[in-house]
Design a protein around this ligand. Sequence first.
Ligand code: DLL
Length: 435
Amino acid sequence: MSTNIWDPQHECMSREELEQLQLERLQATLNRAYKNVTCYRNKFNELGIVPEDVASLSDLSKLPFTTKEDLRVNYPYGMFAVPLREVVRIHSSSGTTGKPTVVGYTKNDLKTWSHMVARFMTAAGVTHDDVVQIAFGYGMFTGAFGLHYGSETIGAAVIPMSGGNTEKQIMIMQDYKTTALVCTPSYATTIADRIERLGIDPRTLSLKVGLFGGEPWSESMRKDIEARLLISATDNYGLSEIIGPGVAGECQHKCGMHISEDAFLAEIIDPETCETLPPGSVGELVLTTLSKEAFPMIRYRTRDITSLDQAACECGRTLARMKKTMGRSDDMLIIKGVNVFPSQIEEVLVAIEGCKPHYQLVVDRKGSLDVLEICIEVTENIFFDEMKKQRAFLEMVEHKIDSVLGVGVTVKLVEPNSIPRHEGKADRVVDKRVL
Ligand code: DLL
């Protein structure tokens, strides 16, 4: 596998050089946003600041945050910093409630995007010799186009399969000799399940790497996918508001996702107090774009919970690494006073024979008490004819989850593929307490 670095100049800078570049780009971004986006101008005016007040990176904490609510209020084009005639592409977020958030790209933004994705794909081991099968849905979701551009920029051969139609995916994989698979981690497990069900020996496939992102997944899920598809599986992170995929991705050392810090300034804040936390702390990731033209984002609250590590990586990149996300601050549930992240449940499920890492947490309130029900997809043979066996299986799963979470749960076994998915991402939490 290649250990190439796509853009050594920017991926291996000293922290000092990087911070200088970040400051220059930040100042340019603030000026552009202040001049062209009413929402930013109003926020700055309210706080009595102007872009010139930011003289060093530590002044960043003076700036206002941007939230999904700001994007909703300014739907559809209010946050654009260029006239529509300069926009060449429009995407939106995969949100399932309310109006989607709309994002735009100029020609230069598409170029930047392609290079950001080429970086993490190269870091994961993709080269121009690869055949990349993209199993994200092509459409408003940024996943497919982002990885498509990244692959072409590297010079790999792209198969734009789009999502779904699993048996066809597998046939194409066999016939076209796909070497790199791109999709959500949950879809990768669906593909692995089907390959097993069809009795196909994974050694007869040409797969070498998997680039999975778009939703949280655990280390155990990575091991499971790697063992079943015989690949090296890497994680990559991004969000449409910032650029789509291409914000961060793992190298072959798999010890955190390198953030393209020359293009995205990352901070960690306490989601309750909004205070900036020192390096290494766990908290909410806040991102500021440094080179986007059409859709600059200033201190965007991602709601994703993670931590950053600036220590040098064995791969030679100096870019900080973000840990796999623990979930979202808005997905974190407080059940009987205990913080519960959906990812903790996934860790348990992957280790149980017959359970799939497809699950949904349903929280409700009975009287004044929160109750948590976990719906879990199971393989078909778990729907035993014998009630006694099924009861014992249920109790075993409940017991394992109870002991990890520290709160009592009720488990419900559901059929494969019955939990709703959007853009290949499973809906993890239904909170009936707020409905
Ligand atoms: O999911 C962009 C993307 C596509 C990234 C394909 C990677 C691969 P959105 O639809 O706007 O954009 O959703 C963004 O998804 O805030 C996270 O909560 C979650 N997310 C994305 N990647 C990861 C990941 C795309 N690797 C939201 N791990 C983000 C955990 C992820 N969560």
